[in-house]
Design a protein around this ligand. Structure first.
Ligand SMILES: NC(=O)c1ccc[n+]([C@@H]2O[C@H](COP(=O)([O-])OP(=O)(O)OC[C@H]3O[C@@H](n4cnc5c(N)ncnc54)[C@H](O)[C@@H]3O)[C@@H](O)[C@H]2O)c1
Length: 457
């Protein structure tokens, strides 16, 4: 099938590459010339396991191309996926300017029937606004082409995006009940047939329910994380081990084991903004989502937990102290640092007079860009960040190690070396990678999240 992907970011590029892999003829559009140049040079602008090979294979086979040519992109695809960003607006609502600009471009150039798919995460009711935008452009040039707007939210996880797209738990598609909607449904069904060979994974619903489903999923996941983080902080006070508690409750099939890890807060491009956007949608209808307000507050506090533990351990005196930081990305297997907890910690340390040596397996370049933004008001602090060559190099002469991202490479370090290189053997573990009892045996002072019962001497 002929597919156009509008927006060649994390979601767009993965969607385009995977649909090409299944034999479709894919046109990827982006307004960012730099991104398109990188892709046309045979490189990829993001770190995503397995993606480079899929893109290269399909580019070589002529099944995927990259361009900034809007008119050609509209002419190409019978199905037009909108996969542009929906960043938070100042009031927390989803900023739809990129989605609506993409819709207008389609309306400006389309000549025949198009299925327009909202793949971006968009608030309930956005499909109607996309319809109006397209309709206005058609009316402006007195054109009569027909179309249908479909909601097909994306559930891939950064770091496992290709695998998730190729083997989805579920595919959610919302179509309306008009004749055009029926036609769109048939085309979407055909497109997704290869994903349903083993079993039917598609959930068909109305457009608004599909839009809502994406927010409900992210809100639920964020809630589980904040819930466990809040309990972990209490566990620290009452002398319980949150890891034991996690196993104890996760074994209940009504609860399950996933997404119950306590840590130093969630980040990334989705949970923070989607929780906020859902709250904002509720406010538009005069409702307050109390649980989600608390989820956000707990998370903001949790991102400060490592900084707070460090300040407490060093009696609020960290001027001249030096810390090693393992992990900068908001989670492993990605270079994405949007809303990453590392940024909160490093901000706290530097602004209180400490220096840091940082290491992340893939985010070092992204970190340089991000810290320039974070310290725009205090650029002199940038020299307090050393970019280490490897995890061990980051430790040299540090007063303590703080772990912020649970990369596999950090899970089984050579602890003798860790102790030799650190000035004092102190670890603040924001992801509970290590067993406190083992740390005690190794004579390492260990501060996990919700595990202090086991580290008490
Ligand atoms: N990143 C994820 O893990 C993830 C997962 C599920 C859903 N989503 C949702 O998918 C959407 C896209 O997220 P992302 O992380 O891929 O964003 P991104 O910022 O990585 O990519 C968006 C791309 O769209 C391009 N763009 C903007 N306006 C355009 C236009 N008018 N025409 C063509 N290109 C345009 C930008 O230049 C950018 O390259 C968001 O709504 C997000 O919430 C993201």
């Amino acid at each position: 099938m002929k597919i156009t992907i509008i927006g060649t970011g994390y979601v767009g590029l993965v969607t385009g590459a995977c649909l090409a892999e299944l034999g479709n003829d894919v046109f990827c559009l982006d307004v960012d010339q730099r991104k398109i140049d990188i892709l046309n040079n045979g490189e990829i602008p993001i770190h995503e396991p397995g993606l480079e090979e899929v893109v290269a294979r399909n580019r070589a086979a002529g099944r995927i191309r990259f361009s900034t040519d809007v008119e050609a992109s509209v002419a190409h695809g019978d199905i037009q996926f909108i996969a542009v960003g929906t960043p938070p607006d100042e009031d927390g609502s989803a900023d739809l300017q990129y989605v609506l600009a993409a819709a207008r471009n389609i309306g400006k150039y389309m000549t025949g029937f198009k299925v327009i798919v909202d793949k971006s995460t968009v608030p309930v009711g956005t499909a109607d606004r996309v319809s109006v935008a397209v309709q206005e452009e058609l009316a402006a040039r007195a054109a009569t082409a027909t179309f249908s707007v479909v909601s097909n939210p994306e559930f891939l996880k950064e770091g496992a995006a290709v695998e998730d797209f190729m083997r989805p738990d579920r595919i959610v598609i919302g179509c309306d009940a008009t004749p055009q909607g029926e036609k769109a449904r048939d085309m979407m069904k055909k497109l997704y047939t290869p994903f349903n060979r083993n079993r039917e994974r598609t959930y068909w619903m109305d457009v608004r329910s599909a839009e809502f489903t994406k927010y409900a999923a992210n809100a639920m996941l964020a809630t589980r994380i904040s819930f466990m983080n809040e309990l972990a902080n209490l566990a620290d006070h009452v002398g319980a081990d949150i890891e034991a508690v996690r196993h104890g409750i996760g074994s209940d099939p009504r609860i399950g084991h996933s997404f119950l890890y306590a840590g130093c807060g969630y980040g990334g491009s989705c949970f923070p903004k989607d929780v906020q956007a859902l709250e904002r949608t509720a406010q538009d209808y005069g409702l307050n989502l109390l649980i989600l307000q608390a989820v956000e507050e707990v998370n903001a506090r949790q991102k400060q937990i490592l900084g707070a533990k460090i300040m407490q351990r060093f009696d609020n005196q960290i001027v001249g102290k030096h810390f090693a930081i393992w992990g900068l990305a908001f989670k492993p297997n990605t270079d994405d640092m949007r809303a990453a907890s590392s940024r909160v910690l490093i901000g706290e340390l530097l602004r209180n007079g400490a220096t840091v040596a940082v290491y992340d397996p893939v985010s070092m370049e992204e970190a340089k860009r991000v810290f320039e933004l974070d310290f725009y008001d205090a650029p002199e602090l940038l020299v307090s960040i050393r970019y280490a060559e490897n995890p061990m190099d980051a430790l040299n002469g540090a007063d303590a190690l703080a772990i912020v991202t649970e990369w596999k490479a950090f899970r089984s370090p050579d602890f003798d070396q860790v102790k030799q290189r650190l000035k004092q053997a102190v670890i603040f573990d924001g992801r509970n990678l290590f067993e406190p009892a083992v740390m005690t045996e190794l004579d390492i002072e260990y501060h996990g999240i919700g595990r202090s019962v086991l580290t008490r001497k």
